[in-house]
Design a protein around this ligand. Structure first.
Ligand SMILES: C[C@H](O)[C@H](C)C(=O)SCCNC(=O)CCNC(=O)[C@H](O)C(C)(C)COP(=O)([O-])OP(=O)([O-])OC[C@H]1O[C@@H](n2cnc3c(N)ncnc32)[C@H](O)[C@@H]1OP(=O)([O-])[O-]
Length: 731
């Protein structure tokens, strides 16, 4: 006997076994998750010990199961008391072995999985394998020696990049970096066994990474200062990226054992932090939204999607161009329709250059030949799915849907990219409203990860399943939501921005509000974001809602709409032609139209003072706490209304929407998770406080679902779905 195989059972089962698993591993699968993970570690310890003590065994191969090496520690197992053998001594025992131990890496070697492989003497990877230390994305750091071994193996700059970003690298890049010793296209385990036999009996002194000196770049201190500054800036308050830099610094400046101690200390500051819980919540929320369900009960596991091999985009404005790029990058054939010739030529150029840039970055050929352009809607006769992205005007969209109904083959799924119009009204323009759904992309559509898939009262589960499958193919975080004004994301944005406008009336400035939101972790505060998106977009929406009509310049009625408080400030500066970056001025001023650097604008400050004087408003000092409570709690309150209305099935849906589409800081878990962290009773009390102060602001009136959750003892966020289900069953 030569090489012995130690097989690692992973917690992520390939797709086909997720729905069913065979009898023999029913026993193992029915054991609690944490017991299973502890058993995996115990299994490795036992098998390696046996192999090392068996004189017939010359070398050992560690491999995974189901084509996956190991996705790391079991996130579900994280808690105060973890059972079974700890990772670090287990990996030390492997590294100290007197027989070669080779890791056969297939699928993923991530986190603790890569740390296990770094403890082995050699690493053989399949060409399709993905490797990385993504702990920072979970609010943690590589805590099984990874932050000490990786810098010793590949150098400080490369290790800093992988550990502070958590990005996965391909096997090819891992070979180039020196993480793996060989890459194979064939059976990895066979290749590893062959390799293990070939190195049997050879000295292993030079193969124990923890004994390596850490390469010292000449400008070590300057390098760490520069990286720490960059990391602090992009982290926007996230703790883990900073701790990752400190851990790698320990590797570069301390002996291995002391570095390992430092790694442990830093991990202890992160492990139970609110941020780690928020990031791990989002990890599972991203997977939970894939298990979508409609109020009818139909869902991901009961609805088969229609095959989509050819898709069409109608209207090649900014959104249409982004959607065309995103579709072409999936390998689909795309028909791009634009009736205006000039716009068609402009769009073709923009789409081609975007695809060329993307292909160059990925080192592949641009899929330009997959797209056919036409001014004639007849060209979509043989497509499987259409995404309409024409100008946001109901009349125009209804016309397009009438034309599509006449042209498209039976069964074609018709999707609208509207962000505010009633998609069910569009469905009425077709003989098959069951085939109509919303696919609400976010600009730029080929970059932004979020996709709201909107079902109307007549949308079929199959049409929803088809849109969700296409969203997955585009690499989107796709969330199924019901049809209502603004769906989920934009609907919650209304109370958020309304409060910000009211705060300006009461004495705040755009700078103060934005600073509070950016310190909270948003990449951009509301006013800077609005200037980027264009103030005319929101103005058009307020006009179509009958809110923005100009009224006489002073007195109470200018600030009342439909009996409730309203702030016309944004409408008034739009009337001045101030639409933000695109016009060179908005809530801030910019050097010239199109420039992105926002500077305080004295004109806007004096405009606010005159506005307050005209309406008899007295400015008062407003602190960051009030800005956060009013803007975020009003948004959260609307989130509860959305859950109550069944427009979103659970808090995870809302949180994934806000993290992937609205810049909500990921390390804060999303608006609903944040509410659970703050404490629902606190959120309710503060809303009641502000509603009492502003009884003419209905968005501040606490939602009954929030009251119900508080009354039932504020259950943890992952239990809200039960309360909501019970609520809906009683309705
Ligand atoms: C000491 C050490 O330093 C530290 C402390 C650590 O090691 S911290 C841990 C570090 N490891 C990670 O960050 C890797 C996280 N996982 C992934 O990135 C991906 O999963 C994947 C590996 C690239 C596969 O993607 P996939 O698209 O093929 O399938 P999936 O849908 O994502 O996953 C399939 C199923 O497996 C579940 N799952 C995946 N990884 C898991 C993990 N690490 N823990 C628990 N569950 C996990 C997931 O929730 C889903 O469950 P369900 O939804 O079916 O119920």
């Amino acid at each position: 006997m030569g090489a012995v195989m130690v097989r690692v059972e992973s917690h992520q089962r390939p797709v086909e076994t997720r729905k069913r698993y065979n009898e023999e591993d029913r026993e193992s699968h029915e054991r609690p998750q944490e017991e299973r993970s502890a058993a995996v570690r115990q299994g490795i310890v036992d098998k390696v010990e046996t192999a090392l003590s068996d004189p017939k065994v010359k070398s050992v191969v560690i491999c995974g199961q189901n084509g996956i090496f190991c996705g790391g520690a079991d996130i579900k197992e994280f808690g105060p008391k973890m059972s079974g053998p700890p990772l670090i001594p287990m990996i030390h025992a492997i590294e100290a072995a007197n027989k070669p131990v080779v890791a056969a890496i297939e699928g993923s070697a991530l986190g603790g999985g890569l740390e296990l492989a770094l403890g082995c003497h050699y690493r053989i990877a399949h060409s399709k394998a993905r490797l990385g230390l993504p702990e920072v994305t979970l609010g943690l750091l590589p805590a099984a020696g990874g932050s000490q071994r990786l810098p010793r193996l590949i150098g400080v700059p490369a290790a800093l990049d992988l550990i502070t970003t958590g990005r996965h690298v391909t096997a090819a890049e891992a070979l180039q970096l020196g993480i793996v010793d060989q890459v194979t296209d064939n059976n990895t385990v066979d290749a590893a066994v062959k390799f293990a036999l070939s190195v049997a009996g050879q000295s292993l002194d030079a193969r124990r990474i923890s004994t390596y000196p850490c390469p010292q770049p000449s400008h070590l201190d300057a390098l760490f200062e520069e990286v720490m500054q960059k990391v602090r800036q992009s982290a926007r308050g996230a703790m883990a990226p900073v701790a990752c830099v400190q851990a790698v610094r320990a590797a570069a400046t301390l002996p291995y054992t002391q570095g390992l101690e430092r790694e442990k200390e830093l991990m202890a500051t992160l492990f139970t932090s609110g941020q780690a819980r928020a990031l791990q919540y989002i990890f599972f929320a991203q997977r939970a939204v894939g298990r979508w369900r409609m109020p009818s009960g139909a869902g991901w596991d009961t609805s088969k999607h229609r095959p989509v091999n050819k898709a069409a985009v109608i209207g090649l404005g900014t959104m249409g161009q982004g959607i065309t790029v995103a579709l072409a990058q999936t390998g689909l054939s795309v028909v791009a329709i634009e009736t205006q010739e000039k716009q068609l030529m402009k769009a073709k150029q923009a789409v081609s250059s975007t695809l060329e840039r993307g292909a160059k970055r990925r080192g592949v050929a641009p899929p330009l030949d997959r797209i056919s352009y036409s001014q004639n809607i007849q060209a979509v006769a043989d497509v499987d799915l259409v995404i309409e992205a024409v100008f946001e005007d109901m009349g125009l969209k209804m016309e397009v849907f009438q034309q599509l109904s006449a042209v498209c083959k039976p069964g074609t799924v018709l999707c609208t990219n509207t962000s505010a119009l009633d998609m069910d009204q569009l469905a009425s323009e077709t003989p098959n409203p069951e085939l109509v759904v919303g696919m609400h992309f976010f600009s730029p559509a080929h970059v932004m990860k979020l996709l709201e898939v909107v079902y109307g009262p007549r949308s079929s589960p199959q049409a929803v399943a088809t849109a969700m499958q296409l969203g997955k193919k585009m690499g989107k975080a796709s969330v199924v939501v019901g049809n209502c004004r603004g769906f989920v994301g934009n609907r919650m944005l209304m109370p958020y921005s309304e409060q910000a406008f009211f705060l300006l009336e009461e004495g705040a400035t755009p700078e103060l509000v934005d600073r509070a939101l950016e310190e909270f972790g948003f990449s951009m505060g509301l006013f800077r974001m609005s200037d980027l998106a264009g103030l005319d977009v929101g103005w058009r929406v307020r006009k179509s809602a009958g809110l923005a009509e100009p009224r006489e310049a002073s007195g109470q009625s200018a600030r009342i709409r439909k009996g409730y408080r309203y702030s016309p400030i944004a409408d008034l500066i739009c009337e001045q032609g101030r639409f933000g970056q695109k016009t060179g001025s908005g809530w801030y001023q910019y050097d010239k139209p199109g420039s992105r650097v926002a500077r305080s604008d004295p004109w806007l400050h004096s405009f606010l003072e005159q506005y307050r004087a005209r309406h008899g408003l007295v400015a008062r000092s407003i602190d960051h706490q009030e800005v956060l409570e009013r803007c975020l709690y009003a948004m959260i309150n609307e989130g509860f209304r959305i859950l109550e209305d069944g427009i979103a099935a659970g808090p995870e849906d809302i949180d994934v929407i806000y993290v992937f589409g609205y810049g909500w800081p990921r390390h804060r878990g999303g608006p609903m998770f944040y509410a659970s962290m703050v404490g629902l009773a606190k959120v309710l009390e503060r809303l009641e406080h502000y509603h009492q102060a502003h009884p003419d602001v209905p968005y501040l009136q606490p939602c009954s679902l929030l009251k119900r959750l508080v009354a039932s003892g504020s259950p943890p966020v992952h239990r809200w779905r039960e309360v909501i289900k019970k609520l809906h069953s009683q309705l």
